[in-house]
Design a protein around this ligand. Structure first.
Ligand code: FAD
Length: 481
């Protein structure tokens, strides 16, 4: 086995949120970090081919925001200076769910509303400014390099596009796209690209949902991770509009949740930088919102309440409608593998790609990056790191995974292994949601769980159960009088 001086060089595959945050963490523990991204990384906020999802609305949960602030202390200030909107989400959101609006009250849980490319660009600027981080864009990792006995990953083989190839690719990403498959657009085959070998003592795979890690592992003689798939058939459609100061009265953002299982359509309108609205409509069971103007408006009008319709019917559109189809939530159980090579980890969407409607992917990635930081501070032996990381990452993923798939299983056509007790949890969950129409204590507990600041068990605290049942009897009383 080839051995390296410990913590000399780390490689991160993928320059999205997981990759950027991980590179930032590793820059404290390694002499050199190389971040490898197959897309061209432009010095401006721009959606990229490798991430069609970033054209759609992205909410950042409080847990994710707190971790970003920890690693990039001036980030939020800079986002706000650039036009992002910092708000107490429960205070400013007119949020319809299950028959009524949630209470609008100051929970103190602050959110930052910005487009995903703007957020990512702000983070990227800070990572590229780190003296010991090198970013190789337009470079695709093609395979891992393992030690002779295959017990350790010691590097990667990459293909770097030539200047000519880069300019073709750059032009093509500047064309508007309609992305109806997750990560469906692969960069064109590198006609003139150089192959290179990079050696490292830690390689992190942050290459997203379509990560090649399972195939690479199998090629080295390891088992592939077992997968859990929950098929939802979610259709997204997003359009940007001009925002005027008084578009809404008494609120700064709108959320209309679907009344599952009977009504399977929802939508969100968030203010973002540049005095714009980003409006995403969603339909379950392959009910893709139409991409033409009239169809998009009609879909908005068909939501349980027409708040978003009233907003966009008056607003000036600034973009086409862009579509996206999310077939299924996908979880890869690396924590269940008995053997895994040292010097290699898989993180972010490459481990778990959640139903996006609950906005948890970036925050789950941030929590995983913070976990890696903690483990590296403990100087754990390289052979032990994968086992410890995957076990603890699985605990991080458990909460958002349970929240999303429970909701998805409200729809009878959802396919996948339904965990025991889901219907009971959903019945109680509906009562919790209805209690948030009036009760700030229940709403606060729900927000803690939703923002990945507390486990779901917080909602089963006797005080919360009592308040939820009280809210139910008060609602019955109100409906009778
Ligand atoms: C429609 C939609 C809406 C979403 N909304 C939200 C939301 O509101 N809030 C939220 O928190 N999350 C949301 N998410 C999830 C969020 O986008 C991801 O969790 C987040 O981007 C982190 O993913 P990642 O960095 O692990 O992977 P990705 O963002 O998929 O990035 C992977 C990167 O790796 C690169 N790459 C891939 N293969 C290679 C290779 N071989 N070599 C080099 N580079 C490679 C890709 O080009 C890409 O840049 C949403 C997802 C979808 C699909």
């Amino acid at each position: 086995m080839i051995s390296f001086p410990v913590n000399q060089h780390a490689i991160v595959i993928g320059g999205s949120i997981t990759g950027l945050l991980t590179a930032r963490v590793l820059s404290h523990h390694f002499e050199q970090v190389t971040l490898i991204e197959r897309d061209p990384l432009l010095d401006r906020p721009e959606p990229r081919r490798g991430q069609p999802q970033t054209r759609h609305l992205h909410g950042l949960l409080t847990s994710g925001k707190q971790i970003l602030e920890r690693y990039f202390p001036d980030l939020i200030e800079s986002l706000v200076a650039g036009g992002a909107v910092s708000v107490d989400m429960s205070q400013v959101t007119r949020w319809y769910i299950l028959g009524d609006y949630r209470l609008q009250y100051p929970s103190g849980m602050m959110g930052i509303l910005a487009s995903r490319p703007f957020l990512e660009w702000q983070i990227r600027q800070r990572v590229t400014a780190l003296a010991n981080v090198t970013v190789l864009d337009r470079s695709r990792v093609e395979s891992l390099i393992a030690s002779a006995d295959r017990s350790q990953i010691i590097g990667v083989k990459i293909r770097q596009h030539s200047i000519e190839q880069r300019s073709i690719e750059q032009r093509s990403i500047e064309q508007p796209q309609n992305d109806l498959e997750p990560n469906s657009i692969e960069p064109s085959p590198p006609a003139r690209a150089a192959q290179k070998t990079l050696m490292a003592d830690l390689v992190i795979d942050a290459s997203g949902r379509n990560s090649p890690a399972p195939g690479w592992l199998a090629g080295l003689g390891y088992a592939k991770p077992p997968e859990t798939v929950v098929t939802v058939g979610l259709g997204y459609a997003t359009r940007i509009y001009r925002r005027r100061p008084h578009d809404l009265v008494g609120a700064l953002s709108l959320i209309t949740s679907p009344d599952l299982p009977h009504h399977q359509r929802g939508g969100i309108a968030f203010p973002i930088e540049g005095d714009r609205w980003i409006v995403t409509l969603a339909g379950w069971v392959n009910d893709q919102p139409p991409l033409d103007e009239a169809g998009f408006l009609a879909f908005a009008q068909s939501l349980p309440v027409p708040d978003i319709y009233h907003l966009i019917a008056q607003a000036e559109p600034l973009s086409e409608v862009i579509g996206y189809q999310f077939p299924a939530s996908l979880r890869r159980h690396y924590e269940r593998l008995n053997a895994f090579p040292a010097g290699y980890l898989v993180m972010g969407d490459a481990i778990c790609s959640f139903d996006p409607i609950y906005g948890q992917g970036m925050s789950s990635a941030a929590l995983q990056a913070a976990l890696l930081d903690d483990l590296l501070h403990q100087s754990i032996a390289p052979t032990q790191l994968p086992r410890l990381f995957f076990r603890q990452a699985a605990k991080i993923i458990d909460t958002p995974w349970q929240l999303t798939i429970s909701e998805d299983f409200r729809i009878p056509t959802t396919q996948g292994k339904k965990p025991l007790g889901t219907d009971l949890i959903n019945a109680y969950g509906s009562l919790v949601q209805q209690a948030t129409h009036h009760d700030p204590i229940v709403y606060g507990a729900f927000l803690q769980v939703m923002n990945l600041l507390a486990p779901p068990s917080r909602l089963f605290h006797p005080k919360i159960i009592w308040r939820v049942l009280k809210a139910k009897s008060e609602a019955r009383f109100r409906s009778q009088t």
